[in-house]
Design a protein around this ligand. Structure first.
Ligand code: PEP
Ligand code: MN
Length: 263
């Protein structure tokens, strides 16, 4: 179902009135994690002003250490809904398991399946039963074929609103957090009709390189971007080193407009 052989035209996934995979590049931006009302509303206001159309923010966080901040859970979801109300931005947030899916689905406009869950086939089958777009991140060490098969799980379960997200893969290189595989953009667009967005923040892990790779992603044909922005990255509870300040994000957005389709 994800294959271009099955569906020769590009698919457009509607998120309310936003068309992902259409003429415009959509930028999903916001903090890694929802930390507080002040932090989230400030981030939302700033990314909206710079031209983002979708607010990101994790309420349930898949952290490497169990002692790290795990997210505000339902309180975080409520803050995302409040930010949506105030700004008109759509909301993308991660769902980590089957148990919390009904709760997350109540608040999210797009359900994010994180890299660590890309092959959680039971979770994929459950999001297939929800009538919401799904942002399916590529697994940390997954091939393009495995990634498309994960999309197939969601689509074969009845949900065709899948947006793929390249977010970097594990390689021997460790200067960057991951290796952002931009070759995946043209390859996936050749193999599949699904929209593809790129997350340079997790792909590189260092904010300094994020704007350059965001431009490269758009030049390579990405339909959108997922970018971490924090009002004060030095104080972030999660992924501060890869988070842009609102000022740097606004600058990135300005530069993007020189690259390709309307942003
Ligand atoms: C995130 O988007 O904050 C995240 C945890 O991403 P990934 O699943 O790609 O690591
Ligand atoms: Mn993050």
């Amino acid at each position: 179902l994800a294959s271009r052989a099955f569906h020769p035209e590009d698919s457009v996934v509607m998120v309310g009135d936003l068309a992902i995979g259409g003429e415009e590049i959509h930028v999903m931006a916001g903090p890694c994690a929802v930390e507080s009302r002040e932090q989230l509303l400030e981030a939302a206001r700033q990314v909206k002003a710079a031209g983002a159309t979708i607010l990101r923010g994790g309420a349930f966080k898949p952290r490497t250490s169990p002692y790290s901040f795990q997210g505000l859970e339902e309180e975080g979801l409520k803050l995302l809904a409040e930010a949506r109300e105030l700004t008109g931005l759509k909301v993308v947030t991660e769902v980590m398991d089957v148990r919390t899916l009904p709760l997350v689905a109540e608040y999210a406009d797009i359900l994010q399946i994180g890299a660590r869950n890309m092959q959680n086939f039971f979770l994929l089958r459950e999001v297939a039963r929800v009538d919401k777009p799904v942002l399916l991140k590529r697994g940390l060490s997954c091939t393009i074929e495995e990634w498309l098969m994960a999309a197939e799980y969601i689509m074969s379960g009845g949900n065709h609103k899948v947006i793929l997200c390249e977010r970097g893969i594990r390689t021997f290189e460790n200067y960057t957090r991951n290796t952002l595989d931009l070759t995946a953009v043209p390859v996936v667009k050749y193999l599949s009709h699904l929209p593809v967005v790129v997350d340079p923040s997790h792909g590189i892990g260092k904010w300094r390189f994020v704007p350059t790779m965001a431009r490269a992603a758009v030049a390579a044909g990405a339909d959108g971007l997922l970018v971490e922005v924090h009002p004060n990255p030095a104080e972030a509870l999660c992924d501060g080193p890869q988070s842009l300040t609102p000022e740097n994000f606004a600058h990135m957005m300005k530069e993007l407009r020189g690259v390709a389709r309307a942003v």
